[in-house]
Design a protein around this ligand. Structure first.
Ligand SMILES: [Mg+2]
Length: 280
């Protein structure tokens, strides 16, 4: 059944859906957002990108004519989710530890978010701390390049089994192909993360729900929310978990022949976001 006239909110992935690198996926993407506005559909951009600040991402999307200042389009990055997760972790565990020693291996977007946390017990630091009353947390984001210095720091932190490992993204490939992902680094060390703050993790869905509340959309039924994404294991998985309507676009990470290797399916498949008017 077509979801036409039902959808009230569109959760839209960014890379592979709206743009690849600094190129818009298609011309006139802005017109799609005008169309959503006409239909009173609230768009929200949800991305596992954490290298850039929200400010820089907005600036880039404006420069690429993907968005327009006249339309309010909130943005959630996995760096924003990481900040919320860490704030909450410190708040709920401050009876167990007197200090939280946090090493951030990431770019400006991630570092800015973590540095915004106001807590006297949280210390951002590259040195592992041996005190028993200190919780050591390693936050791994996506990187432009992986320096020798970062390798040494990660070696030290990952060699200690007590380190709590947080990653900002569960992807294994990036449509841009020039970024070093947390999973790539962890695989080299034969380690896995304890916490994921990227899609499809529950930490991410909590942030989406917070934003829906802010936009008075908290009572929206799950079938009235559509998620558009190009990655099966992050976007479509999250959408299916939440019972949202899911639309896979074939303009990014996933090709039609890949679908057979997944046990779950999107509700709809379209070549690119420019075909979304067929569905909403
Ligand atoms: Mg994507």
């Amino acid at each position: 059944m077509s979801p036409k006239n039902i959808v009230k909110c569109i959760l839209c992935d960014m890379d592979g859906v709206l743009r690849i690198g600094n190129q818009p996926i298609t011309e006139r993407i802005q017109s799609i957002f005008y169309y959503f506005k006409q239909l009173k559909i609230q768009p929200i951009i949800i991305t596992n990108e954490c290298r850039y600040t929200n400010h820089k991402i907005y600036e880039d999307l404006l420069n690429m004519d993907i968005i327009d200042k006249s339309i309010d389009i909130p943005l959630i990055t996995s760096a924003n989710v990481c900040k919320s997760w860490l704030e909450n972790y410190v708040y709920t565990n401050n009876n167990l530890y007197s200090k939280f020693n946090v090493c951030v291996i990431g770019e400006k977007g991630l570092k800015t978010n973590i540095n915004e946390i106001k807590s006297v017990v949280l210390n951002v630091n590259n040195k592992y701390c041996d005190n028993l009353d200190t919780k050591n947390i390693l936050v791994l984001g996506s990187l432009f390049n992986y320096t020798q210095n970062q390798k040494q720091i990660i070696n030290e932190w990952l060699s200690n089994p007590e380190t709590l490992i947080v990653k900002t993204c569960d992807d294994y490939t990036d449509p841009e192909d020039n970024c070093i992902l947390p999973n790539t680094i962890l695989k080299q060390h034969n380690r896995t993360a304890h916490i994921n703050t990227g899609k499809p993790d529950v930490n991410y869905t909590k942030e989406i729900q917070k934003l829906l509340k802010k936009y008075n959309l908290q009572n929206t039924k799950s079938e009235e929310i559509m998620l558009i994404g190009d990655s099966m294991n992050t976007d479509i998985k999250l959408g299916n978990k939440m019972n949202y309507k899911t639309t896979l676009v074939l303009s990014g990470n996933t090709k039609i022949n890949d679908l057979g290797s997944y046990t779950y399916k999107p509700d709809y498949i379209i070549p690119s976001i420019s075909n979304i008017k067929l569905l909403v």
